[in-house]
Design a protein around this ligand. Structure first.
Ligand SMILES: [Zn+2]
Ligand SMILES: [Zn+2]
Length: 335
């Protein structure tokens, strides 16, 4: 089968990904074998390819937003049948017994493993997934639109929850950066009656934000038209942390959604943190987040902006993401 692997992590211009021919993977005990029908490209794939995240396993295929059809069951799998549609996401394994796992914070498990980092992911015609970490997918979406829900969607959903908008609905949310994850989280917030202000350097993304129903859209470093109850930083730009904190109302929270962020400049206590403003990160997600978000997507049809690429052009899709030439999510389609 055709697959891509991270050969030599480095700047995207040095072509860190290599296209290879590999045997179709055989499912281990407890795993599903999946024929990939759509595999979305996440900014984390770029961090893996460029070496911002150190490789954990050499020559691994990236790709952790994968939709496909189950083609074989490993020994001991119950509850899945060949032919069913399955979703594969970033979180691939946890110990299940540590303090984090048993208190509902399996995303923090020190033994957690990840698709496309610890095991081959969906930049391939086939991959495998532990059945306990595979998702059932909502009806009403084509596979290409389901794929970005599996990381961009789930992480955006967790970030929105951790941003702690006022209980009871409504509130004012700032969204900094407007890629695949932000455009999905924005729709969840809008469906919940939140007033959303999008702040991003891309004019095309600002246009999409207004089209989806954002109350305002401006440049990333501009002040929103009203103080914010909460903000989510999706852009991997630490320089925006003080900008977003300064835009918060008293008691507001800034959640940083990305796995990688450039350095945060010095903060001033009075200007950025006093009046009980909270700054917090978002680290991966639990399976419960994934199930909650996919259930939401089943009840509320999200508009998913995608750009399709053939699987054979995965390197070009990643280069386009690196150069900010994308609006919405890139999705790889095996031939
Ligand atoms: Zn654990
Ligand atoms: Zn991701």
């Amino acid at each position: 089968m055709l697959a891509w692997q991270v050969e030599r992590p480095g700047p995207i211009a040095t072509q860190p990904l290599r296209r290879v021919d590999r045997p179709v993977p055989v499912p281990a005990p407890g795993e599903l074998q999946v024929r990939v029908t759509a595999s979305a490209v996440c900014r984390t794939d770029l961090h893996l390819a460029e070496g911002d995240l150190a490789p954990r396993r050499p020559l691994t295929s990236p790709g952790h937003e994968v939709v496909g059809a189950v083609t074989a069951l490993g020994p001991g799998v119950t509850g899945w049948e060949p032919g069913q549609r399955a979703g594969i996401a970033w979180l691939r394994g946890t110990c299940g017994t540590c303090g984090y796992c048993t208190r509902g914070a399996e995303n923090l498990c020190r033994q957690s493993t990840y698709t496309g980092w610890d095991a081959d992911g969906g930049y391939a015609e086939y991959c495998t997934v532990p059945a306990a970490y595979a998702y059932r997918l909502p009806d009403g979406y084509p596979d290409t639109e389901l794929a970005p829900l599996l990381c961009a969607g789930i992480i955006g959903y967790r970030a929105l929850r951790l941003a702690q908008l006022p209980a009871g609905g409504g509130g004012r949310l700032g969204v900094y950066g407007f890629g695949a994850s932000a455009h999905l989280a924005t729709q969840v917030a809008l469906a919940e009656g939140v007033s959303v202000h999008v702040l991003t350097r891309s004019p095309a993304a600002r246009e999409l934000a207004l089209h989806l129903g954002a109350a305002s859209a401006g440049p990333a470093d501009a002040a929103p038209p009203e103080p914010l109850d909460a903000a989510i930083l999706f852009a991997p730009a630490g320089g925006l942390v003080p900008v977003a904190l300064a835009a918060l109302d008293r008691g507001g929270t800034l959640a940083i959604a990305g796995i990688h962020l450039s350095d945060v400049p010095p903060l001033t206590y009075q200007e950025h943190l006093f009046y009980e403003r909270t700054l917090r990160s978002v680290t991966a997600n639990t399976r419960a987040d994934g199930r909650d978000f996919l259930a939401f997507a089943g009840r509320h049809r999200l508009r998913v902006s995608v750009t399709e690429y053939p699987l054979a052009a995965a390197d070009r899709a990643l280069a386009d993401l690196a150069a900010d030439r994308l609006t919405g999510a890139a999705v790889l389609i095996p031939g």
